[in-house]
Design a protein around this ligand. Structure first.
Ligand code: ATP
Length: 247
């Protein structure tokens, strides 16, 4: 369904072109209908992996497929929804216009959008703000509008980069409920986070990445036993020797 296969990516940084090995042979697979939590510290390689999945950057080695198709295949695009880590939209659009133009750009029929936009705005708690310009929205409101935009075209796969960051408890609950309702509809959700609580509440399977290498992947229920907590597992994984995978 969502597959990252042996991906390596090196960036060059600064005037001297210092090499940064952001991904060093990362392989992840996410099955249809599951919520997969991609966990890692700052700079671990989460966003770079997501950018590879969205075909925003090309890997040096390896490949990525979604729904059985190479992510470079343009037909994949409309089947995927994406919420970036720091969404930024044109300030002078209203929330409803954002969804309208986003939906139209993804080929959604006008009559479908007329019904769908109010439902989405309600789900993300923005009904009363729908006719206001985005420049008047708070950070959390922009984040929630971004989530509605990510799913306006009813995608099969939803990729969320740190969807809870900057949200208050109510906003986090809304986003959490949305993730669960997407799972209920059989959608595949891939989301990155370093908030262990969110991962524990919403994910079926997790992957832990550290320094550009996947350290651990598996079902949350099998990985976290009564003697172990996700926090301990996470800390062990990220402090494992470079290249070492823990079981
Ligand atoms: N365009 C770029 N040029 C140079 N280095 C980059 C670039 N993008 C990412 N990196 C580096 O690659 C590594 C992985 O970055 P990435 O953004 O994937 O981490 P992350 O896990 O998403 O972190 P965070 O939780 O802070 O968002 C970091 O060392 C980062 O500095």
């Amino acid at each position: 369904m969502v597959i990252v296969d042996g991906v390596c990516k090196t960036f060059r940084e600064g005037l001297r072109g210092r090499k940064v090995q952001a991904l060093q042979g990362v392989s992840v697979s996410v099955h249809q209908g599951e919520v997969f939590g991609f966990l890692g510290l700052n700079g671990a390689g989460k966003s770079t992996t997501i950018k590879v999945l969205l075909n925003l950057i090309r890997p040096d080695v390896g490949k990525a497929t979604i729904l059985g198709r190479d992510v470079r295949d343009p037909s994949v695009r409309n089947r995927v929804g994406f919420l970036p880590e720091n969404p930024y939209f044109y300030d002078y659009l209203t929330g409803e216009e954002l969804l309208w133009f986003g939906g139209r750009a993804s080929g959604v029929a006008k009559k479908v959008l007329k019904k769908r936009i109010p439902l989405l705005m309600e789900q993300v708690g923005l009904t009363d703000a729908g006719k206001r310009h985005l420049r008047t929205y708070s950070k959390g409101m922009v984040q929630r509008a971004g989530l509605a935009l990510a799913i306006v075209h009813d995608p099969d796969v939803v990729i969320l980069d740190e969807p809870m960051s900057g949200l208050d408890p109510l906003g986090r609950k809304m986003v959490g409920d949305m993730i669960l309702s997407l799972r209920g509809e059989g959608k595949t959700v891939f989301f990155s986070s370093h908030i262990l609580n969110d991962i524990e509440r919403f994910c079926d399977r997790i992957g832990i990445i550290a320094k550009g290498r996947l350290r651990l992947t598996g079902k949350l229920s099998e990985l976290v036993s009564s003697e172990d907590t996700l926090e301990r597992l996470f800390l062990r994984s990220v402090s494992a020797e470079d290249g070492g995978q823990i079981s």
